[in-house]
Each structure stands twice: as structure tokens, then as C-alpha cells.
Write a protein that binds this ligand. Sequence first.
Ligand code: GDP
Length: 514
Amino acid sequence: MSNRRTFAIISHPDAGKTTLTEKLLLQGGAIHQAGQVKARGEARRARSDWMKIEQQRGISVTSSVMTFEKEFAEIGGGETITFNLLDTPGHEDFSEDTYRTLTAVDSAIMVIDAAKGIEPQTRKLFEVCRLRSVPIITFVNKVDREGRDPFETLDEVADMLALDVSPQMWPIGMGGLFEGLLDFRTGEVARPEGGSKEYLGKRDGDAEIPEDYEEEYQLAQAGYPEFNLEAYRNGDLTPVYFGSALKNFGVEELIDAIARHAPPPRPQPAGEERITPDHDEVTGFIFKVQANMDPNHRDRIAFMRQVSGTFKRGMKLTPSGLGKPIAVHSPILFFAQDREIADTAEPGDIIGIPNHGTLRVGDTLSEKDKIRFTGLPNFAPEILRRVQLKDPTKTKQLRKALDDLSEEGVIQVFYPEIGGSSIVGVVGQLQLDVLISRLSAEYKVEANLEASPFATARWLKGSDEALREFERFNQGNLAKDRDGDMVFMAKSAWDVGYQEEKNPDLKFSATKER
Ligand code: GDP
């Protein structure tokens, strides 16, 4: 079995994702952090404006990859597990980037604030995981503070997310009364003592568990389903851990749970086929493209999730849509300890491939150029704006910029069949700020964003005849996306429903699969 665990953390802002990430990296031997790779030499000095937005707002617009490893004496007779943690931006305004990152992981950790329970963004991200049956381990954070009754939190997860919950630990008191954690698997009680933990002993042995809590554990163990690996891997059950990222408590148990239960690299759908990690060639797909920090050089890093084979530096891979192979001479592998250039990579790993715009989000890379991965969606934008040029002579530059930026996944662009100005679509407000500042900094295009009459968009699928018929009556509501595919621009959700009913021969899709 593969020793890779590729996962992401999903949470609402402030739940403790950053703190937990740090502790995970500390506990495991952090090998490399993507952020350090990017900023080198010239690039460090010349940061483009959108990076400034990140700094000003103190948020991270871009996702990165962090790799760490840890030895587990108990697993498979002593195994070193390599963890690839894909960071998802933790801001309320999240983008397609975030969604797409979740297409590149095999599992997720859902961090919940013990006092707040399930919050809106947790829920949204959870829904994306559910779409792909991504298995989830729940971490209820901040038990060192006054929180809700753990039963309440468990029931909320079960009810709001329609998931079976299976507690694996139990907090002995919370906040000022917090005395430690009981691990259901080992039966051990541990409590924080100046950062490290001290075992108080086995629960049925000489442990000093306050009697008031005894009844609670009994209830917790009896009242919820037992952990079941298959149900977890199918995304039907979530094991729940409690802890404090800040106090580094429960984090070791969490890493242990990922190593033990989280799935190794999973097969990836390619049409009718499923490509497994032992497939006889290197394959992967691009889930993210990031422009370099240097605005004068249009270099990008494309992030490839490796699906199969053993990658070797210098290998030739053919990107779908390009038709000719490219040699990957200087891949950035986040696994690489003190080398920045990787020599080999395995399924589950992420490879950064520098390029000048040849690689696009959703592209498949392979040695034989026969496979096309499917199921990497574009999501229907929730915010649509009309782009108005301040200087009308810059139409060409604008088009180039919008095409580039949509290729990177920063925005989606729609060209209406009637009317001149382009419409951009995003799933979060922040993307619009990024758009305006990058247009100006990198393309010298000054533009305003104005209200558009449309509220959302749906990709249309159907026979040519059905599409032509629809076009005849709805030209004012039709646009082409960057690939020339037809999109219905809807004024409201009601509008979508109405047209769906009226046109049963057409499929109105909220995602576009490439
Ligand atoms: P993020 O927005 O999800 O990345 O959250 P952060 O990791 O930045 O944490 C938000 C705030 O909660 C910070 O002030 C942290 O110090 C605090 N925090 C995180 N984990 C814990 C915890 O386990 N206990 C307590 N008391 N505070 C925490």
C-alpha cells in the first residue's frame, strides 16, 4: 500500500486551521513549505500587486503544498508515512481555487471550533467534499476554552451534514475545567502538562477520571456508531477527535488517525476508465495554476496532482490539448528536502511545473497522451460583473488578460452573444479585487467592474438542434465561455428553474467538467 496521504483542511475562518497546520508540521518532520520555494532572488523583490492584497488583508489568496513525514512503529511493521497537506485559503471569500484544490486530495480534516460548531464556510466546503465522496476526519478544536457540550457538537455535525459521527476521543471537561482527553482506542487518558502530555494511565486501570464524567463516556461510547473504516472511506461516517491546536493537544492522535485510516492515493476517473496508482505510465492532472510573483515574467507554476507511475525528472509528458510533449526538467517537488529540484515523485504527490502558459487547470498530463481525466469541474459563478474599460482602445489587451486569468482559474470569463463588454464570474468577492489589481499591474489595463443583469450562469448541453432552438429565443441570455461552449446567463435562480422546465431536452449544468 502507498505510504502517501494527500489531504486538505477545511474550516471556517478562525477555527484554527493555521494553528493546526503549524502543529502538524512540527509533529511530523516538515520537509518543505511551498511558500519558501516561490520567493527566490529576483522574484522575492518584485512582488505583484495581488500579493500585496494578501499582505494588506493578512490572508492567503494562493494555496500551497506542505509535505511532512512521520514514522509509525505500529503501522505495517514500522512505516514512514508521507503527508501532503494542500492548503486551502482560509478567508471567507473563497474562490474556485479552493474548490479545485479539493479535487486533488484523497481526504480532508474538518476543523470545528468547539464553541461555534458548524459554520457557513465549513458547510460549503463540506458539500464540495461530499460531491466527490472525500472521506472526512473531524477535529473539534479549542477544548481548552469554554465550549459547547460535546454531545451538542456531535449531534450538530450529524444533523447538519447528514453524516454518521463516531467519537474517538472525549474531552474531560472544557475551558477552565479541562483536565485531559480520553482516547477511546487506547483507553488512555492524557492531559496537557506544560505542553507535553502525561499519561494518567488506563481508564480501567488506575486512571483518575473524575467520577462525574464516567457517565458521559458511557453515553458517548454507547450513543454513537462504532468506527467503521469502509463507512468512513465512503464518506458516510466521520470519526471525531477533540483537542487544542494552540496547546498542541490531540494533534498527535489526529496525525495517527490520518496515517491509520485516511485513504492512500485513490483511482481517478477518466471517462469510463479509472486510472489506479499502479497504472503503467505517469499520469496526473493540473488543479491549479499560479502566476509567478514577478510581473515582468509571465512564468507560471502549474500544480499537478500525480495519479500514477513513478515520475522522474526530465521526463516527457504530454498535456492534453497541446498535442506535443513537454520535458519536465525543473519540477518543484515539495517533498524535496533541501533540494528544490525533485528527482522522483509518486502517486499522491504534487509536482510544480514551471511553464509559460501552456498548462491549464483541468489538463491531463501523461506519457502516452491517451488518457483524459474527468470530473474536474468549473463551478457556476455566484457573482457576475461587466468589465468596463477606462480606455476603450485597450480591448485587445483586456481580452488577452481575461483569457490568461481565466486560464489560471482566477476568474471565469463569458462573452455575451449580444453586446460588447465581457462578463467575469467569480465565486467570491475577493477574486474581483485580485482581478482589478492584476489587470492594472500586469497588463496595464485599467477597468471598472459594473453590475451585470445576470445572477448566475449554467453550461448548456444538448443536441445541436435543441441548442439552436434555444438560441433562437434566448440570444440575449447567451454567452460563450473561453472554450467557446454555450452558457445560459440567468437573471435569477428562478430563471434557471423556469428554463429547465421549459426545455427538458437541455441540461443546465452548474459545473462544467473538462
Ligand atoms: P484560521 O483562520 O482557521 O487559520 O485560524 P487560526 O489558526 O489563525 O486561529 C484563529 C485564532 O484562534 C487565533 O487567535 C488562534 O491563536 C486561536 N486558536 C487556534 N487554535 C486554538 C485552540 O486550540 N485554543 C484556543 N484557545 N485558541 C486557539
